[in-house]
Write a protein that binds this ligand. Structure first.
Ligand SMILES: [Zn+2]
Length: 216
């Protein structure tokens, strides 16, 4: 719970003549949502232009206290060391990373197999073509034989070349993940740890940070 007003005993102190001493109160409800309550203020509390007594709010709402003071919810929460909104957004970052990783690995596996087997298929295709055209000649036979002999080498080479592409793609993906999957306050990389596991920790383990990842 965060109390807001002009008096110094509030969690969030506002210096504005039209704001009451104990103007409003924020109570945590559920992920990303807070309940804003007016505490019987003189000049009222407004959400998106409408005066309220009690209303669920997010940082997308325009909150006004009294005549002109605009309350920035994200700022209030940060002042209270609450980074739950930004932390909630990291779930998507983690999910996208895992999906991209699986995609790279499986598409690469398919390409590797295709390139490995393609050279083996060629002699067969040529053989069929020769059979149908009825123009079997010693030169075509020699080419066909040559490809048959070379196919395994070529297949292994192409396959190896394709699988060598993974580290680069994965490296790029991991580098971006290390930039995006960080504590919203201190910027420390959170590791390749599922978002749900981090949520159970509730706050940043960095001792100088202690950002709240989950509101309580
Ligand atoms: Zn942190």
């Amino acid at each position: 719970m965060i109390t807001i007003g002009k008096a110094n005993d509030n969690e969030y102190v506002v210096n504005d003549p039209s704001v009451s001493r104990h103007h409003a109160r924020l109570t945590y409800e559920e992920e990303g949502h807070w309940i804003l309550e007016d505490l019987g203020s003189t000049n009222g509390t407004f959400v998106n232009g409408i005066q309220i007594a009690r209303k669920q709010v997010t940082s997308k709402d325009v909150i006004k206290l009294g005549e002109s003071y605009v309350l920035n919810l994200a700022e209030v929460l940060k002042a209270n060391n609450d980074y739950s909104e930004e932390f909630a957004a990291l779930k998507q970052v983690y999910d996208n990373y895992i999906q991209a990783k699986i995609k790279i690995q499986s598409s690469n596996q398919f390409k590797t197999r295709l390139l490995q087997s393609l050279p083996f298929a060629l002699p067969g295709i040529i053989g069929v073509l020769i059979g149908f055209s009825g123009k079997g000649s010693p030169a075509l036979f020699a080419i066909s034989l040559f490809i048959t002999i070379c196919a395994p080498t070529v297949g292994i080479y192409w396959g190896a070349k394709q699988s060598a592409k993974i580290p680069k793609l994965l490296q790029d993906l991991t580098n971006q993940f290390k930039i995006d999957y960080v504590c919203p306050k201190c910027g420390t990389f959170l590791g390749e740890i599922p978002w749900e596991s981090l949520r159970n920790r509730k706050h940043c383990p960095v001792s100088s940070c202690k950002a709240k990842w989950v509101s309580e």
